[in-house]
Design a protein around this ligand. Structure first.
Ligand SMILES: Nc1ncnc2c1ncn2[C@@H]1O[C@H](COP(=O)(O)OP(=O)(O)OP(=O)(O)O)[C@@H](O)[C@H]1O
Ligand SMILES: [Mg+2]
Length: 489
């Protein structure tokens, strides 16, 4: 294929990451795959990136998404990073991913375009560098659902099959996913900089992150301390949003936490059905380190690792540097709690603030836990005033409801306005685990329509449309109890 044809797609790639010190990446010569085929293309995302969705759908797109052709301006590279996995520090890096460049969009934004599952790199360790179709489609579905839910996230532009089988416990269809991200800078990238590179390199990385994500702090007295504070704020806001919709990331290692504040790595994630803070889906998380209720403190733990990595940039005197870090880190619990209570007020249709609101929220959650209520559908039922919903028969709930209704009256906004606020914050649907599995099973058998329908109803989860109703049902209890996710590597 000629370069002209590839360029006709509308690629406008730069690669500022490749200008960082050499320690942070390895230039890769990709190994082409046999016979790639498009499985799914995100048309609206393609258009918003300035790509011609009609052209990119054809061979011109497929060859790039498979890593067989590189567009002009591309410097394909694998990023180096380290990370704390389940608490243990280790060297990692893109073992199966390739950054092909940064697309400059028509509205002047810069987005990383990365292929996941594109083959071995110097960071692959024992892995084959490849990915299977199921997990890549799973990431596609859930990341698009998160986007629809209004949660900052990396996104999926396309999934192609490679035409080559891959081997796990059984033989699987190989696939490559194209991911779009504000950047792929991770807390782990900084841990790598602090542990395996020179102080000058770490400084260059921090300056790069500031320039790319927080340019407004460049002139601050200590921009590196500001960087810590800003990342902490964005992560606190992000985790609060996860909690509000019952999202369980499943593998909150520091290498899976971005500097931009976007959700990344949809390996073993899943949405909670029945409300229980101890919920864990990931088969490898035997201790429940990344359980739903642990997500807020774990994010704080990860940010502390970020602070440690930045210490040499805070101050030449280590004691002073630690003090500066601690001053910022001590703000985390309040930053999270404020974001969470604010969001939960919206879920309950409350505009103004009262001291006792947090207790009102916690009391509802306590009842939901005790009565094993479905998380999403409880808020859905409150929004719709669906009195047939199971919770409405319990006396403790009825007492709580009375308190809530009285509280709703203590604000100038009308009931209608309150309901509208709830509709905007309580999704009518989420990607239920059994629905995702059903879509993946059909896709693996060559039927993509189930997935397409699911992705389409999840585009606007706050629509409360008729067609969404059937997607709101929780799984049969037997399935819900035994649902497990896998890292999908
Ligand atoms: N099949 C594989 N071959 C080589 N390396 C792999 C493979 N699968 C995972 N890895 C590497 O193992 C590490 C941890 O994997 P993890 O599941 O967090 O990442 P991932 O899902 O591949 O990527 P990302 O965080 O970019 O979404 C990463 O460094 C990843 O690149
Ligand atoms: Mg990862």
């Amino acid at each position: 294929m000629t370069q002209e044809k590839v360029n006709a797609v509308g690629w406008k790639l730069e690669n500022t990451y490749a200008e960082l010190p050499k320690a942070f990446f390895s230039i890769i010569k990709v190994k082409p795959v046999d016979s790639p085929e498009m499985v799914v293309l995100n048309h609206s995302l393609a258009e918003s990136l300035g790509l011609n969705a009609k052209v990119v759908e054809g061979e011109e797109g497929v060859q790039v998404f498979a890593g067989n052709e590189v567009p002009e301006g591309s410097v394909p590279l694998a990023q180096a990073y380290a990370g704390h996995q389940f608490g243990n520090f280790t060297m990692l890096g893109d073992g199966r991913a390739l950054l092909i460049g940064e697309q400059m969009t028509p509205d002047g934004k810069r987005y990383d375009i990365q292929l996941k599952g594109s083959g071995r790199t110097p960071y692959s360790r024992g892995g084959d560098g490849r990915a299977a179709l199921g997990p890549m489609l799973r990431e596609y579905i859930i990341s698009e659902a998160m986007h629809g839910l209004g949660i900052p996230t990396t996104r999926s532009l396309a999934v192609v099959t490679s035409g080559e089988p891959i081997y796990r416990e059984s033989q699987l269809t190989g696939a490559i996913m194209t991911r779009v991200a504000a950047s792929h800078l991770r807390v782990g990238t900084f841990e790598y900089g602090a542990n395996f590179a020179e102080k000058e390199d770490l400084k260059a990385l921090a300056d790069y992150a500031i320039e790319r994500h927080y340019p407004e702090i460049k002139k601050d007295k200590n921009p590196y301390v500001s960087l810590l504070r800003e990342v902490q704020k964005r992560q606190a806001a992000l985790i609060a949003k996860w909690q509000m919709i019952g999202f369980i990331h499943g593998v909150m290692n520091t290498d899976n936490m971005t500097i931009s504040g976007e959700t990344i790595d949809y390996g073993p994630c899943a949405f909670m059905d029945t409300y229980n803070p101890a919920t864990v889906f990931s088969s490898i998380d035997v201790q429940g380190r990344y359980a739903y209720g642990n997500q807020p403190p774990i994010a704080g733990w990860n940010i502390t690792r970020f602070a440690e990595a930045l210490l040499p940039l805070f101050h030449d005197n280590q004691e002073k540097a630690i003090q500066l870090a601690q001053d910022v880190l001590s703000e985390y619990p309040l930053a999270f709690n404020t974001a969470w209570v604010k969001g939960m007020r919206c879920k309950l249709g409350l505009f103004n603030e009262e001291e006792a609101d947090e207790a009102l929220i916690l009391d509802l959650l306590k009842i939901m836990h005790k009565e094993k209520a479905d998380y999403t559908n409880t808020f859905r039922a409150l929004t719709l005033d669906d009195r047939k919903f199971s919770l409405f028969v319990y006396q403790d709930f009825q007492e709580w409801e009375k308190r809530w209704q009285e509280r709703r009256k203590r604000q100038p906004e009308s009931q209608k306005e309150s309901k509208d606020l709830m509709c905007k914050h309580n999704p009518a649907i989420i990607p239920r685990n059994h629905r995702v599995e059903e879509a993946l099973k059909a896709a693996e058998e060559g039927n993509l329509s189930v997935m397409e329908k699911l992705v389409s109803v999840l585009k606007d989860p706050y629509a409360y449309s008729k067609e969404q109703e059937e997607y709101s049902a929780p799984p049969p209890p037997s399935e819900a109890m035994s649902y497990q996710t896998f890292c999908g590597t």
